[in-house]
Design a protein around this ligand. Structure first.
Ligand code: SAM
Length: 221
């Protein structure tokens, strides 16, 4: 994601009623934000929010939250949501690293990771959003039937992500190395901004879906 400092980004984000300014204050109480009991789905690293804006329009029975680190990137999604005013969509300008500060145990039903930053140097492996360190954080906030869906065109990152799963409390429920050619996994697929860009160049899209591994030993604390 190319980063430009957009002067109005911070002010627009701070003024939007669709951006939760202090997410840690809603920990355990997100039902009150949406004023219903619907399941909560997150996209971590939502970028300009295209994917989650489309999902929120398609599925009014689900509550969506897009989390993005950079104001200048998130701005586009917030502008669009300020126009659309979808009742089932919020954004957080925040960090994946703080996810367990934002959500209580079992409060989330699904996590989407789309085209996460690859962090190619080995010493940065822990920063990759599908790393076992992050999977353990997701384990805390996901309910028992919670799932994680990860898509990327980056085969090295995807291979890394697959290799991390056995060290996590999850198992692979479904996997493809060419999403758009897989009639089952591609059904109902909503393209992200990066997915559209990279598949137009001929890159194949990898995807897995994780579910809980009932045999995983309880984490030592
Ligand atoms: N998901 C979008 C898509 O598929 O089009 C954007 C993909 S972009 C390559 C990755 C996004 O994740 C960037 O906007 C980046 O700022 C955000 N990001 C990376 N690490 C993050 C973190 N630790 N917490 C929150 N957002 C993060």
């Amino acid at each position: 994601m190319r980063l430009r400092n957009i002067p109005r980004a911070r002010d627009t984000i701070e003024a939007s009623p669709f951006v939760v300014q202090k997410p840690e204050e809603n920990k355990g109480n997100w039902k009150a934000v949406f004023e219903n009991e619907h399941p909560v789905y997150l996209e971590i690293g939502t970028g300009k929010g295209r994917f989650i804006l489309e999902l929120a329009q398609l599925h009014p029975e689900i509550n969506y939250i897009g989390i993005e680190k950079y104001s200048s990137v998130l701005l586009r999604g917030v502008d669009r949501q300020n126009e659309l005013q979808l009742p089932n969509l919020r954004f957080i300008r925040g960090e994946a690293e703080l996810i367990t500060e934002y959500f209580a145990e079992g409060e989330v039903s699904r996590i989407y990771l789309n085209f996460s930053d690859p962090w190619p140097k080995k010493r940065n492996a822990k920063r990759r959003l599908p790393s076992k360190e992050f999977l353990r954080r997701y384990d805390v906030i996901l309910g028992n039937s919670g799932t994680i869906e990860f898509k990327t065109d980056n085969r090295e990152l995807f291979d890394f992500a697959v290799e991390e799963v056995p060290f996590s409390p999850f198992v692979i429920d479904a996997i493809t190395y060419d999403l758009h050619a897989d009639p089952v996994m591609n059904e109902g697929n909503v393209m992200t901004e990066y997915e559209e860009r990279f598949s137009a160049k001929g890159n194949k899209i990898n995807k897995y879906i994780l579910k809980r591994n009932p045999d995983f030993p309880a984490a030592e604390s």
